[in-house]
Write a protein that binds this ligand. Sequence first.
Ligand code: PLP
Length: 437
Amino acid sequence: MDPNSKKVTKEDKKDYAIETLCVQAGYSPASGEPRILPIYQSTTYKYDSTDDVGALFDLTKEGHMYSRISNPTVAAVEAKIAALEGGTGALCCSSGMSAVLISVLNITSAGQNILASQSIYGGSVNLLGVTLSRFGIETRFFSQDMTDDEILSMADENTRLIFGETLSNPNLDVFDIERFASLAHGIGVPLIVDNTFPTPVNCRPFEFGADIVVHSTTKYMDGHAAVLGGAIVDGGVFDWSCGRYPELTEPDESYHGIAYVSAFGNSMAYIVKARVQLMRDFGAIMQATSAFLLNLGLETLCLRVERHCANALKVASFLEQHEKVEKVSAPALPSDPRHALAEKYMPKGTCGVISFTVKGGREGAVRFMDSLKLASIVVHVADARTCVLNPAGTTHRQLTDEQLAAANIPAGLVRLSVGIENADDIIADLSAALEKV
Ligand SMILES: *Cc1c(COP(=O)(O)O)cnc(C)c1O
């Protein structure tokens, strides 16, 4: 190589700060190649010899063979996300739900169980608690307020993992990652953390002992409400050879007898298996065009997350003072009971999502939301545009006021996803709408 070449190698990039990784990681064109990550819109790849393609099947050579297993555009984004989280490898998926599904099934079979926080995203509660139970996998939900002993008493020799969300959607409960990593490791199982809301810009769960990280890239990572996607990231540290995970240490008969830990080491065994076995079988892939759009989103992730957090804090402080508002829930606010834990795990900020209760119950919330001009009513959070949702009138509309209270969802609760517009414009819109309540 030309000693004067300015080419940045993969190794160099590991040392860069996250702002630089967001822009530069994952794709380093050689001389004369496209500056921007190309969309490789191809299901298939061409080889010079049968030996070439044979080595790919044997996993002794790196390369692409079929886009249900890997694709160059998707691979670049996977490398970027792995770099952002500080992991050894990543697998992109068609949605956050498929990432959660594959992350669990990769090490859990019928007859086994997992422990999961009851605060997690409703879709994940359904998947783990209802759908997977139909396939013989039991999810035991714990409250993050339970003692260590209470949580550990739910585990047994068939427990495979512990699962939680750094900042839960939508309640914004903060997951004490160090505590749960130590509980998990104490019983010889890994900790899987859904890091969707803070993103690696605000929290990197591997630094606190998490073993696997999952994402719905649909939220801040894409950030423009343009593409559904998910990702699984391997921390590369968990010791799978402890004897509890034969699916990683014993020969895989569906992949001509490969034993993932001996072939790839603890550092990559989990993520390679997820790709060549489960993604091969499920086909829940991220498309090349989606990966291209996700990559554009990731380039500005740091800037956007910073603005989302700053705006959300201003908005939350405004709402906290407002006479028509009963309660504001935002761990970034010093008055929030979860503030100290949020400061420990997310010292730079939490996320743009907050929630608050409008006085006047369901009717008050409806009048408020229908009076908004800038903020729009959508069933989504965490993109550039400010948006609102009233759970009582939408996702939980079948419940009576009494049932809502029992589920800790006041009828007047508004979930507000603060965007990256000018904070004063957002506050003026909220203020005018609150006048109508
Ligand atoms: C949205 C979300 C999911 C599901 O992601 P999709 O991309 O919608 O499938 C999973 N976990 C969290 C924390 C989420 O916010």
